[in-house]
Write a protein that binds this ligand. Structure first.
Ligand SMILES: *[C@@H]1O[C@H](CO)[C@@H](O)[C@H](O)[C@H]1NC(C)=O
Ligand SMILES: *[C@@H]1O[C@H](CO)[C@@H](O)[C@H](O)[C@H]1NC(C)=O
Length: 277
């Protein structure tokens, strides 16, 4: 039921982004040619920009639409020995650079790439005020990323804001252990997940969450379905790793932010958490 809720679409998110940027007075000019990079962790925005295949660059092959709709594990089974991130590397740097990182055994470059993306807007602190959201089960977090709040909810819901941040970026064994723990509980329920399902869901979840973060409500509620969407997202990333090895999002979350008192997400690029790259 992607995009069914609230009648908002990724296009609306982009409009929200534009409106938001109108508030930014001291920011560097925003390069909309590159705006897809902002969404690199989750979205299909890169989808148009498929690259020439080069496994050096983490793009093992071109990927057809029909492959996107098939269970990830079935696609991987046809390419034994290839990393799923590389098989789907043409979808964007969130996949290809992860393949490169995994091959090199270091997450540092991937985490630094996150900084480069977020640096386009996250250091501007006064875009809009903090937004506290109510999560199912009673906890609350404060999000101050009004452009792509998905990453805060995702990192938080997966427990990846609560890690040893240095180890998550610098110790691949640690990142693998965290990934394994996160993936273990997801594998059964999302056995047949496809890339299309993940991308469609990321689009609709990103839109729904942005809508909440931008809403006038003092304490918007994040639905269980949104939390489930975060788990679905992680499950697809787990499937890409064939259930083994590090998921690069772990390192990205570790570098992106940390939890400050009272559930406020702190941002490395605002000097609120130490950089660990
Ligand atoms: C890396 O992580 C593993 C697993 O958590 C741990 O046993 C090991 O001591 C860590 N290595 C270093 C150098 O910290
Ligand atoms: C995955 O698909 C197989 C058949 O291809 C089916 O037996 C199984 O129940 C499915 N798993 C889930 C969790 O939907």
């Amino acid at each position: 039921m992607a995009n069914a809720c609230c009648g908002i679409s990724p296009m609306h998110v982009r409009i929200l982004v534009l409106v938001g940027l109108a508030f930014v007075t001291h920011a560097a000019p925003f390069d909309f040619e590159d705006h897809g990079e902002l969404f690199f962790v989750q979205s299909r925005a890169h989808f148009q920009a498929r690259r020439a295949a080069s496994s050096e660059d983490g793009v093992c092959m071109q990927i057809e639409d029909v492959e996107l709709a098939r269970p990830i594990r079935d696609v991987l089974a046809e390419h034994p020995g290839e990393d799923g991130w590389c098989i789907f590397g043409a979808l964007g740097i969130w996949a290809s650079k992860c393949a490169v990182a995994r091959r090199s055994g270091s997450m540092v470059g991937f985490a630094a790439m996150g900084d480069a993306m977020y640096s386009r807007y996250l250091p501007v602190p006064k875009l809009m005020g903090p937004k506290r959201v109510q999560l199912p089960g009673g906890s609350q977090i404060t999000i101050r990323d009004h452009i792509y709040p998905f990453d805060d909810l995702y990192c938080y819901a997966m427990g990846w804001y609560g890690l040893d941040r240095y180890q998550a970026v610098h110790n691949i064994t640690y990142a693998e252990e965290v990934s394994k723990q996160s993936c273990g509980s997801l594998e059964k329920s999302y056995q047949n997940i496809s890339m299309k399902e993940m991308m469609d869901r990321a689009d609709s979840d990103a839109a729904e969450l942005a809508w909440k973060v931008w809403s006038a409500s003092p304490l918007p509620e994040v639905s269980q379905s949104l939390i489930d969407g975060m788990r679905l997202h992680a499950a697809a990333k787990c499937a890409l790793s064939n259930g083994h090895g590090a998921i690069c999002d772990v390192a990205n979350c570790a570098e992106r932010g940390c939890l400050l008192p009272e559930g406020t997400v702190g941002y490395t690029l605002r000097g609120e958490c130490a950089s660990v790259v």
